[in-house]
Each structure stands twice: as structure tokens, then as C-alpha cells.
Design a protein around this ligand. Sequence first.
Ligand SMILES: Cc1cc(CN)n(C)n1
Length: 325
Amino acid sequence: GEVSATPEPNESEYLSPVSIGGQTLNLDFDTGSADLWVFSTSLSSSSIGQHAAFDPSKSSTWEDYPGASWQIMYGDGSGASGTVGFDVVEIGGATASRQAVEIATKVSSSFVSDENNDGLLGLGFSKINTIEPQPQKTFFESILPKLDQPVFTADLEDDAAGTYEFGRIDTTKYTGTLHVTPVDSSNGFWEFASTAYSIGGTTYQNSGASTAIADTGTSLLLVDDNVAQAFYAQVQGSQLSRTAGGYVYPCSAQVPDFGVQIGSSGFIATIPGSDITFAEVGQGTCFGGVQGNGGGGIQIFGDVLLKQYFAVFNGGNESFGIAAK
Ligand SMILES: Cc1cc(CN)n(C)n1
């Protein structure tokens, strides 16, 4: 079957309505993790705030997973933990009849204050699912056998709503070639080779990092620190600001186009310089959407890059593809 879910755009995330045991929550679809967790009525009312909170006691299809627990920490330092059960999860028409659902009993402050999302839906590989004593499948892995094609696509936009589709590739959503690269899922991510980059149309070899992950749950484009330094050397007035947490520059600065290689085939995915500014941080200073990865070795290609393209995640042959749109 084919399904689609239309996430509501928000500056730092893409949310999609998900039905769990008949209760609808807005979840942040995250290809960089593999836990499906939700705000729950087990949280304090001050943590719940304006969020939708899942109440297992009100679901007729809920099944506890006795003794199981989970605890996750994300790259931005946010985190959550809690207990586990199984329920019917439906997204735009596709249904996983017995999906592991992680009930949050603790969430970090950034989730409390981000009133747009009521939890996360991980679309990474279940080898990094944090459920103890036994990791559980992601929603995509649960429905994979039933899909016409073993794929999901992400068509993220900045201003309009983006769309995730499961089970089909809507060829009307992109133009030209779909550039496909093999994925190495051994770290649990949609990870591929990326050993080159371009600044203002000139291509350079990236000696610092050799791979990258496609991560819809990360807002920025986090490249090898040397690559970020080389990029901002070409942005007049830029500086690495500890207070801002990265490279900033005068909002009036001329920002060159920036590209990163997708796979070892040579395709460089480019972002127009005019789309690189992520936020204004006041006094006419802007925070760049391209930042260093802090020396992590793996580059993290988040929404700053992904929103420029139509992305295809293939769980059948473990590949990642992007095309212009
Ligand atoms: C909540 C969340 C998800 C991600 C990306 N996987 N980050 C960095 N933070």
C-alpha cells in the first residue's frame, strides 16, 4: 500500500500526524535515530504543558512490555527515557499492528519547550533502538514487508509543508536524475561516502571526514571542521562564536554556494548561498546553516541540505538517493 504523511514545517523540525491506539500526536520524523517515543500522561503536568500526551489506559489495543525500558540522548544534548509497550500505529494509511511505542516518563527541557512535537518517530536502523532488554523494530521496518516498494521518501520544504511517503516513489516530485549511493547501516544510520565538497562552484577533496549520514532530525548541515573553516574563510566578516555556538556573520554578507558529495560517484549536492543562513541572532548578525561537526568523523546532513532535494531512503537494497525538485 502507499501512504503519505504531511509534516507541518517548523524551523527546526518536520512533524507528521501519527495515530497511536486511536490517539493522534505530532511526531518529529527522524532518520538519525530509531526510537518511536511519545509524550505520555506519566509525565508531570508541567512537562506536558501544551503537548498532546499519549494515555495507554485509553487505548483498547495497548499491550505492556513488562520490565522493558528505554533511554536516549541526541547529538544536541536533548534526551528522554521511560517504559515500553505495543500498539497499533497508523501514518497516512499504513498500519503497523503491533509497533513498539516508547512511553516517556522523563524528557529534557528542550522537548518541553518545543511545543510543536509530541515525540519522535525514528526512521534509522533498529540496531540503534535503545529499548532494553531487546531492541525493537522501527515503524518503517514493521511495515516494510507490506509495502509495494521497500522505500520511504522525504520531501522537506522550508516554508510549505513537506511530505513523507512510505511504499512508493512519486516520480512527479522530482526532476532529472535520482542520484543513488549505497548505504552502510552498520552504525545504525543512513550512512554513505562523502569525500568532497564545493565552495562557490570549485570542488575540493575532504581529507577530514569520509562519510556522512542523512538526518532529517537535525536542522543544520554539520561538516568536517576543516571544511566549515574553509567555507567561512570565504564569508566576509564571519567568525566562530562560542556564545552563538558556531559560525556567525553579518546578515548582509555575500554567502557562496556550498556543496557536499553524495556517495563516491561524484555527485555534489549544492545549496545556494542565499539558503544557507539559518537564523538571525540579533544586532544584524546571522547564524550559518553550515557548521562543523566538532570532529566527530561522521558528517551530519540535516534539513539545510535535505530541504533542497527530494530524498529516497531504500530499506530493500540499503541505499540513499536524492534528486533536484
Ligand atoms: C531530538 C533530536 C534528533 C536529532 C537528530 N537525530 N537531534 C540532533 N535532536
